[in-house]
Design a protein around this ligand. Sequence first.
Ligand SMILES: Nc1ncnc2c1ncn2[C@@H]1O[C@H](COP(=O)(O)OP(=O)(O)OP(=O)(O)O)[C@@H](O)[C@H]1O
Ligand SMILES: [Mg+2]
Length: 255
Amino acid sequence: MIQAPTREPSEQTMEAGIALAGVSRTFRGRGGSAVEALRDVSFEVAAGQIVSIVGPSGCGKTTLLELICGLQRPDAGNVRSAPAALMPQRDLLLPWLSALDNATLALRVRGVARNDARQQARPWFARFGLEGFELTRPAQLSGGMRQRVSFLRSLLAGKPVLALDEPFAALDAITRAEMQAWLAQTLASEPRTVVLVTHDVEEAVMIGDRVLVMSARPGQIVADLEVPLARPRHRTDPAVVELRGQALRALGVRS
Ligand SMILES: Nc1ncnc2c1ncn2[C@@H]1O[C@H](COP(=O)(O)OP(=O)(O)OP(=O)(O)O)[C@@H](O)[C@H]1O
Ligand SMILES: [Mg+2]
């Protein structure tokens, strides 16, 4: 009798996890110029874990997410990830489509018929505080609403991994705080493996199970901090403040 091959445990965890080993990425220009974006980056993200990544501008954070999503390939090292959906740094909503049709874009690309896709997306509009705005064009939505539509589009892509690239960077402080709480709640009810890139250290601690800190370019991981705190979290909790300080020190910011 032929037996099905047994799978390595690492392969099973990879069903929804991420593993990078010795990853480097250099961009080469036409005149022979080169920008070394990432150097020897290694880390793993377990299935269902939320990992925040903080680092200075230009240190290779977007490059890292694109590698995880398979949109780029490393020059050295190895990237393994379960299928991942990217929420890009700019929301990239199509201005001529309604919020509903923007949200269903990933489903449509996968071949789901328009009406079926709309049926699937509609209940989420109520859950995301967007009820009544289904037919509104992006230009008539607030910044926070646009980000929720953009997030919904990534979520409806149905991938086990979500790669979120500075999702709230463009929002004012109050909306950002609301959106952070909203994201934490949403991920509690819709668990995914998440890599959240942010330049906001407090956001990283408030949302992540873990915070990876990157150096300036070439980006390397300089700290890997566990955030063993229950949710909901509070900015003023001394443990949050302490972890924020640790991450800032790893970034080289003096308090
Ligand atoms: N397609 C590309 N071609 C050439 N250079 C690139 C390309 N993409 C990124 N780079 C360079 O690689 C470096 C890292 O870029 P990346 O966008 O990953 O940084 P980042 O950490 O996301 O920055 P930010 O916080 O400003 O979004 C930068 O110096 C950037 O100029
Ligand atoms: Mg970026």
